[in-house]
Design a protein around this ligand. Sequence first.
Ligand SMILES: [Zn+2]
Length: 257
Amino acid sequence: MRFQLLPDGFNKNGIASPQHLSCFVIDDFLAIDAGSLGMAASDLQKKQIRNVILTHAHLDHIAGLPLFIDDLFVNLEKPFAVHATEKVIDILQKNIFNWEIYPRFSELKNEFGEVLKYFPFDIGKEFSIGEFSITAIEVNHKVQSVGFIISKGKSKIAFSGDTAETSEFWEIVNVQKFLSAVFIECALPNQLWNLAEASHHLTPKKLAGELKKLKNSRCPVYVINLKPMYRKQIKQEIEELAITNVRILEVGKVYEF
Ligand SMILES: [Zn+2]
């Protein structure tokens, strides 16, 4: 499984920073969230990605979705598939694809037919996309939000999405026989613990508490969704935790699991 956090975009020296948006691409085929999908997908990814699984509908996770479909509109030979909970699909239809903010693509057709289709998934019930098996797990965010267990062949990852302290995610992670990697958020630095509580995010201190719930202490853990204004500070605070299997996921780098 090849796993990549897409950058927000590219400048003349390569990857543009800071990283505001959340979009992860697996095998240049499947996207988790679509924050920068319309801005940073490669030509191959534009050609191959026809499915996105959404954790929740916050702007930094969906901003690139309308733009991606817009770019591909005439070339989509089959509808682009948005997999999300019913609640998230309702939010998208009501607030984004409502003709006022952006066209309601689910009502439009190109010469091949429909361009956007919604596929609601149930939390806790496994579903497949191509060779991937996916199960959504409810996490603890300000709005309904899910993480995922995603497997393909011998690779299996756990992905938290945005969350504060959670028990269900770790319970499900801990019953997996094997995990290639765990991805967990840490959005804010320790000094903003009160904002983290109000907005249901983690700080490095809270992250340390969460990682105590992970039974397999050798499983690689990658930290994601750092707020760009505090990236350096969060990174330093996580390094100070000195937990050997924990590292920050680098923007743009392709990882193999
Ligand atoms: Zn969020």
